[in-house]
Write a protein that binds this ligand. Structure first.
Ligand SMILES: Nc1nc2c(ncn2[C@@H]2O[C@H](COP(=O)(O)OP(=O)(O)OP(=O)(O)O)[C@@H](O)[C@H]2O)c(=O)[nH]1
Length: 168
């Protein structure tokens, strides 16, 4: 996971495995520490095509929010969805707290939580178009302010060696 200077991070879980949402918080959230201070977060529940209440809509029909995805049943239903959109919204709010970001300064949770199917393409364009529309103005502003777009690795400082370290 490479996050340094990222303007947006897409945290993806599997709507059929509750543990995958838990792991986003437990294992991956800390890895986003090197992202930009004004980084946007999207929480994306993928594999919605496999769920009972999911959608098998093709890319030509794709649109809508998690609520819409949940309401469009298809006959090829399989398993009950394990992670509800509300769970993703709760995680999004936790992320903002972890980042010490004020909810009112950030896009609404409902706007930043998506359900997708990489297999059918459902909601994938909607996800990327939404992020793109939000991120481009931020990048343009950063460039106008002359903020560096690269990292100078020569700035790297060796961590201090301690005599008491067991491996030194
Ligand atoms: N049905 C379905 N399968 C998917 C979808 N996205 C990915 N897959 C399948 O899930 C498997 C794992 O996909 P990867 O892209 O390797 O994802 P991963 O996060 O590394 O692995 P997992 O944690 O197992 O999902 C592959 O067989 C993909 O084809 C989806 O939206 N629907």
């Amino acid at each position: 996971m490479y996050c340094r200077g990222a303007a947006a991070i897409i945290l993806t879980y599997d709507v059929n495995h509750a543990q995958s949402l838990v792991e986003l918080e437990d294992r991956f959230l800390g890895l986003t520490d090197t992202a930009s201070a004004d980084c946007l977060f999207a929480v994306v529940g993928n594999k919605v095509d496999l769920t009972e209440a999911g959608t098998a809509k093709g890319p030509e029909q794709e649109e809508g929010s998690p609520a819409e995805a949940g309401s469009s049943c298809v006959p090829s239903a399989r398993v009950p969805k394990q992670v509800k959109p509300e769970d993703a919204v709760a995680l999004y709010k936790k992320i903002l707290k972890y980042k010490m970001l004020d909810e009112k300064d950030m896009p609404a949770a409902e706007k930043m939580c998506f359900e997708t199917s990489a297999k059918t393409g459902y909601n994938v364009d909607h996800l990327f178009e939404t992020l793109f529309d939000m991120v481009v103005p931020v990048i343009v502003r950063q460039r106008a302010q002359g903020l560096p777009q690269t990292v100078d690795i020569r700035d790297f400082k060796q961590p201090k060696q301690t005599k008491s370290g067991c491996c030194t």
